[in-house]
Design a binder for this molecule. Structure first.
Ligand code: ASP
Length: 353
């Protein structure tokens, strides 16, 4: 490398280093506004941040953000195209909380409406209730002008049909390729294989420049669940919780674990006691691990076999993503940067062989 080039490269490296140090210092103190979300929420954090910068309300911003993901037929964990229950019916759960007005609203097991987060927001704004379920939630949505539609897409139907096919070898369901000789069988894509029994949800939380906080969680829940099963997402304190004086915490992953530990509430309470978002999230994961005793949920070292993830932000704008197992990721928009980041974790996955 010639001298000139060397100097150019060194200067570029030094300014990248300075930028990284500035970002780390800002994050250590906390910098507002901030929007964080689960890893499928990069478009949501982008949209929400745009709205915060235009001075819009924090809850309007995060709901508009997650609406994009609810409307996306490719995301099989949320809204339109979300995976159905075992009978092939999509049942959606969602909750919202608005810090400045100390409001909360939720819907559970709602069918035929692709934006349950917007319905949850109206439960908060237009009723004296917090949670509406099933038929009641659908009636309410209709009365608010929401259109009913079939939420199954060709993709989600295909995944459901394959799940049905794989349930048992003592029924008459077959997959189309089973009729074909081995040489003609198409390869099953990795995406399809991993979708066969999966969790997925979006949580998105925002703190604006003034320190006002809102959050939303929305999901089609556990794929192929027993009809009527409700997860943590529409339960304030489990899949979402916030306190405008402290911060917000929301979750994706095994809802049953969060329901039994009031996990998101606990995350906010740990932050209230002075923990950073990362410390608080890791303590919640530890509490879940300690309370998981069912042998079928534990590995040979007594650790939970499932994953669960939290997305936490405090009033100052410090934030973190944490996961039970290494490899978790989350989206965060802070300063000028909207990007996917690595979550902290409780247990390290052994390397794949
Ligand atoms: N937490 C959601 C539920 O249990 C699903 C998920 O995030 O994967 O319904």
């Amino acid at each position: 490398m010639d001298r000139r080039k060397f100097i150019q490269v060194s200067v570029a490296a030094a300014s990248a280093g300075i930028a990284a140090r500035k970002e780390a210092a800002a994050q250590a103190k906390g910098a507002r506004p901030v929007v964080i979300a689960s890893a499928n929420g990069l478009n949501a954090t982008e949209k929400a941040m745009q709205m915060l910068r235009q001075g819009e309300d924090t809850l309007d911003a995060v709901v508009a953000g997650v609406n994009l993901v609810e409307n996306d037929p490719e995301d099989t964990s949320v809204g339109y195209g979300g995976l159905p229950n075992e009978q092939g019916v999509v049942e959606l759960d969602s909750s919202v909380m608005h810090g400045p007005s100390r409001g909360g609203g939720a819907v559970a097991s709602i069918r035929n409406i692709k934006n349950p987060s917007s319905v949850a927001k109206l439960v908060m704004e237009r009723t004296d209730h917090v949670l509406l379920v099933g038929e009641g939630a659908l009636d309410f949505a209709r009365s608010m002008g929401f259109e009913e539609e079939d939420l199954m897409t060709p993709k989600s139907r295909e995944i459901w049909m394959r799940w049905k096919r794989n349930l048992s070898d003592r029924d008459d369901w077959i997959a189309p390729e089973e009729r074909l000789p081995a040489s003609l069988k198409p390869k099953q894509t990795a995406q399809l294989a991993s979708a066969l029994r999966h969790h997925g949800t979006i949580n998105c939380n925002a703190v604006n420049e003034k320190g006002e906080i809102s959050g939303v969680t929305t999901t089609s829940g556990l794929a192929f669940k027993i009809p009527g099963r409700v997860g943590d997402s529409p339960i304030l304190g489990a899949g979402l919780y916030l306190d405008n004086d402290v911060g917000a915490c929301g979750s994706t992953g095994r809802g049953e674990a969060n329901l039994k530990t009031c996990a998101s509430f606990l995350g906010v309470e740990f932050m209230r006691q002075g923990d950073s978002p990362e410390e608080a999230g890791l303590k919640v994961l530890k509490r879940i691990a300690e309370n998981t005793v069912e042998p079928y949920l534990l590995d040979d070292q007594g650790r939970p076999r499932f994953n669960v993830n939290f997305y936490l932000v405090n009033k100052a704008g410090q934030f973190a993503g944490v996961s039970m197992w290494s490899g978790g990721r989350y989206a965060a928009y802070e300063g000028r940067e909207n990007k996917i980041r690595n979550s902290a974790y409780l247990y390290k996955r052994p390397p794949r062989r």
